[in-house]
Write a new protein. Structure first.
Length: 150
């Protein structure tokens, strides 16, 4: 299933490929950098994509890390999954952080993250005095234990 999403190339995005699915079953479209930039160990950068979007109402785009960059270079998205709201018309940027030991060199055109289109359900609060009882109750944060019963 696919739905149309409007995309506008900004001036510095000219000539770059649009985010694309690498295979027919890919969940995410790989987005490319519109800039040459080096991220030194421990630092962050909002990488320009040269793109602005109009995502249909009722959907969002999630910005997720690429596992290859995470495994090989310690490069990830600190706010993962980044949220691109349907009403955002500014430039889509990919925030990256270098958890590795070496400077990470990005060249314009490098695929830096993946974009996943996802449906959004908004909540309306229904405030109550009492919540229903459950088996879990207030237990959380490891309350069910950690070791599998072998
Ligand atoms: O990785 C990201 C995350 C966000 N955005 C843009 C699109 C999104 O719609 C907007 C706001 O993002 P978010 O709500 O995560 O940030 P905020 O810190 O809450 O800022 P704001 O007050 O603008 O909502 O910034 C990006 O381009 N890349
Ligand atoms: Mg916000």
């Amino acid at each position: 299933m696919s739905i149309p999403v409007q995309v506008k190339r900004l001036a510095h995005g000219a000539g770059l490929p649009l985010p694309a699915y690498a295979t027919s079953g890919a969940a995410g479209m790989d987005a490319v950098s519109a800039e040459d930039v080096t991220i030194v160990p421990g630092s962050r950068h909002a990488v320009a994509t040269g793109l602005a979007l109009a995502i249909p109402e009722g959907y969002e785009i999630q910005v997720r890390p690429r596992s290859g960059l995470a495994l090989k270079h310690g490069i990830t998205v600190p706010n993962t999954p980044g949220t691109i709201d349907s009403d955002y018309r500014g430039e889509l940027k990919v925030i990256l952080i270098n958890h590795g030991t070496d400077p990470f060199v990005i060249a314009r055109g490098d695929r830096v993250a993946q974009l996943v289109l996802a449906p959004v359900v908004q909540a309306t609060w229904e405030e109550v005095e009492e919540l229903d009882a459950t088996t879990r109750g207030e237990g959380g944060f490891g309350s069910t234990g950690g070791h599998a019963k072998l």
